[in-house]
Design a protein around this ligand. Structure first.
Ligand SMILES: NC(=O)c1ccc[n+]([C@@H]2O[C@H](COP(=O)([O-])OP(=O)(O)OC[C@H]3O[C@@H](n4cnc5c(N)ncnc54)[C@H](OP(=O)(O)O)[C@@H]3O)[C@@H](O)[C@H]2O)c1
Length: 215
């Protein structure tokens, strides 16, 4: 598949590298065609990796990942272009964290809305699937970093888009993919972040995850 990764941070770099390892062709997008981090990432990853602007990456892609900060995701996706997202699966990995008042961060949106819903409303022709946001970047692409059974969530309105994303997640090594429901269920997935951040402080590692035990 041709995949666009929008975002040059640790998440975009980690997911992008893993996708190339799995045989996909990945273009990393950012605000500038000469972004230093994207250039270095593409050089290091090598064949199968390239970089461009947000729109340059999205235009030729079959699937798009939003790996930007939740505060700027709508801006980044507008730069990618609604026409370049229409009809495509848009995997939203972002979290609505506001660090501007120090630690711990607050959520910029919660309870009655979520970043994923804002994205789906702004880009109604895209098939938004929220996933991967409830764990550290290393664990996202290598669930084996955390021993034992643990889970990943997907939320979205389009059942076949969620099924395609679940297949991609299985190729990362995920065994337990829990479908939370339509895109409004992303509220819960995004509101996990306050407890996730507390756990990281308590456990003194980002390499942990949630497991849902059931009868
Ligand atoms: N770190 C983790 O392990 C982890 C885990 C789960 C979820 N997440 C979520 O994943 C997302 C990505 O995190 P990250 O730390 O990799 O990256 P990040 O630093 O949150 O975001 C980097 C990207 O944001 C873009 N950006 C910044 N300001 C912008 C603006 N005004 N308009 C458009 N784009 C703008 C940057 O563009 P340029 O490249 O042009 O500068 C860059 O590509 C976040 O939402 C985060 O909460 C992170």
């Amino acid at each position: 598949m041709r995949i666009a990764i929008l975002g040059t941070g640790v998440v975009g770099q980690t997911i992008g590298r893993r996708l190339v390892e799995l045989g996909h062709t990945v273009t990393m997008g950012s605000r500038s065609a000469t972004n230093e981090k994207a250039t270095k990432w593409a050089e290091q990853v090598g064949a199968g990796a390239s970089h461009s602007t947000f729109s340059g990456a999205a235009t030729g892609a079959d699937m798009v990942f939003n790996c930007t900060s939740g505060n700027v995701s709508l801006e980044a996706l507008r730069a990618a272009g609604a026409e370049n997202l229409a009809g495509k699966i848009l995997v939203d990995v972002s979290n609505p964290l506001d660090f501007s008042h120090g630690m711990p961060p607050t959520l910029t949106v919660c309870n009655t809305d979520s970043i994923a819903e804002q994205i789906q409303r702004a880009f109604p022709d895209a098939k938004v699937v929220k996933t991967l946001n409830t764990m550290n970047a290393g664990v996202m692409v290598n669930p084996g970093l955390v021993p034992g059974e643990h889970d990943i969530f997907v939320s979205g309105n389009d059942a076949s888009a969620k099924a395609n994303v679940a297949d991609l997640l299985r190729s990362f090594g995920w065994r337990n993919v829990i479908d939370l429901g339509d895109i409004t269920s992303a509220r819960g997935a995004e509101m996990i972040l306050p407890i996730w951040l507390r756990l990281m402080g308590t456990l003194k590692t980002p390499h942990f995850n949630f497991h849902i035990a059931r009868a």
